[in-house]
Design a protein around this ligand. Structure first.
Ligand SMILES: [Zn+2]
Ligand SMILES: [Zn+2]
Length: 316
């Protein structure tokens, strides 16, 4: 099969088809999205070498469960051991032995085929198109915040950043509180949110009061410093940026204001699929360009450019 492979540099490689381990399904990838994490990995984040990609939709080709065969699926990316201390605590996303699709110890989705445990798979309703379904994984990461904080309609929420993940987070939290504002940087990206009736203002122009919840999703190392300037005493700051260069933290204001700082990574697929099926979260305006897998290297170089948002790969 063809695959987009990273080993210090990116190239299209001819590789053997993957062979599913026990309990795993073989999946033919239909489409996949390039995410900032993929771009960070090519900068050295996670030290991963192999096939990149973790946001995908595919068709189940081979698996033990006959019900899944031939079905369109998306897949949770963390593959736990089910045995370690955190797995026994039902914190499988934190399994110490885990592999993660296209990120850690497991080949990813920028290929014609991939393998994942059957229990990681979720059926995609017919009403969700392939391109839309590739957003399930990052949208689940947005719903992780809901799982962690249960925001109420009274909460004043600020989302820092206007990139792909920040937009999904803003749309998601806006479902819970209409008092959600995106503080962005790029006029055309903020416009996408305004088209839904969501308030988006340039970060440096924001003069409003401090927020109950600030979500840092800028992808920049100084985002946390800004978040701490905008949070109210005893408020919650959610950190979404995984930045290769790390982040300098001046912790004094967090101590004095007794701020809760919460990391946030992968989330639940079910509410994400539901939102995509119902159209309560709209992802299509975020798709900038799509390429064939064989053009994957070019797709990556485009995904880095400031004038695009989501770049997709089509595998057939
Ligand atoms: Zn991602
Ligand atoms: Zn484990």
């Amino acid at each position: 099969m063809k695959a987009l492979y990273f080993d210090g540099s990116l190239s299209i490689k001819e590789m053997p088809d993957p062979v599913p381990a026990r309990g795993e399904a073989l999946i033919q990838v239909l489409a996949a999205g390039i995410c900032n994490t993929d771009l960070e990995i090519t900068q050295g984040y996670m030290g991963f070498n192999g096939i990149l990609g973790h946001e995908f939709i595919g068709l189940v080709v081979e698996c033990d469960n006959p019900f899944l065969r031939g079905k369109r699926v998306v897949g949770e990316i963390n593959c736990p051991c089910r045995n370690c201390r955190y797995c026994r605590m039902e914190m499988t996303r934190h399994c110490v032995e885990r592999t993660v699709l296209g990120i850690q110890g497991r080949h990813g989705a920028f290929a014609e085929y991939l393998c994942l445990p059957e229990e990681n798979l979720h059926l995609v309703p017919d009403s969700i198109q392939d391109e839309t379904a590739t957003f399930t994984e990052p949208l689940a990461a947005a719903f992780r915040i809901v799982e962690q904080l249960s925001p109420s309609s009274e909460d004043k929420i600020l989302v820092l950043g206007d990139g792909k993940l920040a937009q999904l987070i803003t749309q998601t939290l806006w479902l819970y509180s209409k008092n959600t504002i995106c503080l962005g940087k790029h006029p055309w990206k903020m416009e996408l949110l305004r088209n839904f009736g969501i308030t988006a203002v340039p970060f440096e122009k924001y003069k409003g009061e401090s927020a109950d919840i600030v979500v840092e999703a800028t992808g920049k190392s100084d985002g946390l410093t800004h978040a701490l300037q905008l949070i109210r005493p005893e408020g919650s700051v959610i950190l979404k940026t995984t930045c290769y260069e790390g982040s300098p933290l001046s912790s004094v204001s967090a101590v004095v204001n007794e701020v809760k700082i919460l990391g946030s990574r992968c989330g639940p697929f079910r509410p994400a699929l539901e939102a995509l099926a119902l159209g309560t979260v709209e992802v299509r305006p975020m798709i900038s360009e799509a390429y064939a897998l064989s053009d994957g290297v070019r797709a990556f170089s485009r995904a880095k450019c400031p004038d695009v948002m989501k770049v997709l790969l089509h595998m057939r």
